[in-house]
Design a protein around this ligand. Structure first.
Ligand code: PYC
Length: 403
């Protein structure tokens, strides 16, 4: 293990120090981005990232790489649009090619009700300057000839929300790019360092305990996915989240066939084709809560059934791998970011199935909060206290699939 740490291509290994100005818990895209912007935007160099496993082992390496900003609420749309803008120049900013490709995103509507939701999303999006509009079967077929827009499928396609800037990016490259640059700026990255306790004095968080020793810290920022309730509890904070698994899979690579990213909320599926030619596909979160990382055969069966109805040519593609990830779902299906009732303990959690696409703007805003103590306007609506103030941000209708 130590050999692996020493030889990592993108960052150096360090002994754990007794004290840091800030400690970020979670070595995924959110944690790495937060550490990077603490160093880059705010000059904080005495920063550590602790990760219980390898870098990018959690949701950052298990998502289906979709980037978009066509959300339903103004708060969500504004926030994700800021993320898309950062993604556009991320490869240049981090000097690391992440293969970002904005080839367009189609969310299909198969019922009058979902056509209405798409109309509402398009209105909200356009008012906020996001390119998004409702289109109908002739144009859908033109944009994506592989789709069956006839009345043969059980749920024929009535319309779609078309979001031209939607795209995909190489997910693990995002983690590595941030890690590489954070390391260059002096941030210490500590994989295989599990948080076992969080110390509090007079209500203030003063540090963490890990399997490699104790650390004191001016600020502790929790950027974990799947484990945020457990980490919150270590600090004495209850985070209103249930954890579910999400499954995805990938086929063998074939020649370029699919032009767009396609999502169907009614059928609970989404698909894109990677630059390598694989179809990357996923479904909704499992309805039960859990932490298992075993995929199920039922997932493959249901997914294949719906996919082949929409895209008949997929019937001949062979699935190579499937995997699962953990999704933290909040009561209003929107994330939770910001201060907690423990001074010095900040939280970034509750990302459901759309955390990866928020990574750059999460990093930027959480770093600003960590460094200055001021909550940026973009994340103020997502504060933890909203659940006690009756100020929910309902994002359910903008989700790719079940939420
Ligand atoms: O919100 O775009 C999304 C998404 C894709 C896969 C799961 N969620």
């Amino acid at each position: 293990m130590i050999g692996l740490l020493r030889k990592h291509r993108f960052f150096r290994s360090h002994p754990l120090r007794a004290s840091y100005d800030a400690v970020v818990i979670g070595g995924g895209a959110h944690g790495m981005a937060t550490a990077y912007y603490l160093a880059k935007d705010h000059g904080m160099k005495n920063v550590a990232v602790v990760e219980q496993s390898y870098i990018g082992a959690g949701a950052s390496g298990r998502n289906t790489t979709i980037i978009r900003s066509n959300y339903l609420t103004p708060e969500g749309t504004r926030f994700y649009e800021a993320s898309v803008q950062l993604y556009k120049t991320l490869s240049q900013d981090l000097n690391f090619n992440m293969l970002f490709s904005q080839h367009g995103h189609l969310t299909l509507a198969h019922s009058d009700r979902s056509v209405n939701t798409m109309m509402e999303r398009a209105e909200v999006n356009r008012l906020l300057g996001v390119d998004s509009r409702v289109i109908f079967p002739d144009e859908i077929k033109e944009l994506e000839p592989m789709l069956d827009v006839s009345d043969h499928p059980t749920f024929p396609i009535l319309a779609a929300l078309y979001h031209p800037p939607g795209g995909i990016i190489r997910h693990d490259a995002v983690v590595w790019g941030y890690a590489k640059e954070a390391d260059r700026l002096g941030v210490e990255i500590h994989p295989y360092t599990q948080v076992t306790g969080i110390t509090r004095q007079n209500g203030r968080v003063t540090g963490i305990e890990t399997n490699r020793g104790r650390i004191s810290a001016g600020t502790v920022i929790s950027c974990t996915s799947g484990w945020s309730t457990l980490v919150g509890r270590l600090a004495g904070i209850e985070v209103p989240i249930t954890t579910h698994i999400l499954q995805a899979c990938v086929t063998e690579p074939v020649k370029p066939l699919l032009r767009k990213i396609i999502v169907s909320g009614t059928l609970h599926i989404y698909i894109s084709q990677s630059d390598r030619g694989e179809f990357v596909m996923g479904s909704e979160i499992e309805p039960y809560s859990g932490y298992s990382n075993r995929g199920t055969f039922r997932f493959i069966e249901d997914l294949a059934m719906h996919m082949v109805e929409l895209l008949p040519m997929l019937g001949r593609a062979r699935i190579l791998r499937q995997w699962t990830g953990l999704c933290d779902v909040s009561p209003d299906y929107a994330p939770i970011m910001g201060l907690t009732e423990a001074d010095g303990f900040l939280i970034d959690a509750g990302w459901g199935t759309y955390g990866f696409k928020a990574s750059p703007i999460v990093g930027k805003t959480m770093a600003e909060l960590g460094a200055t103590g001021r909550t940026p306007d973009l994340i103020a609506p997502f504060r933890l206290s909203r659940f006690y103030e009756n100020e929910l941000v309902s994002e359910r209708g903008a989700a790719a699939v079940s939420h």
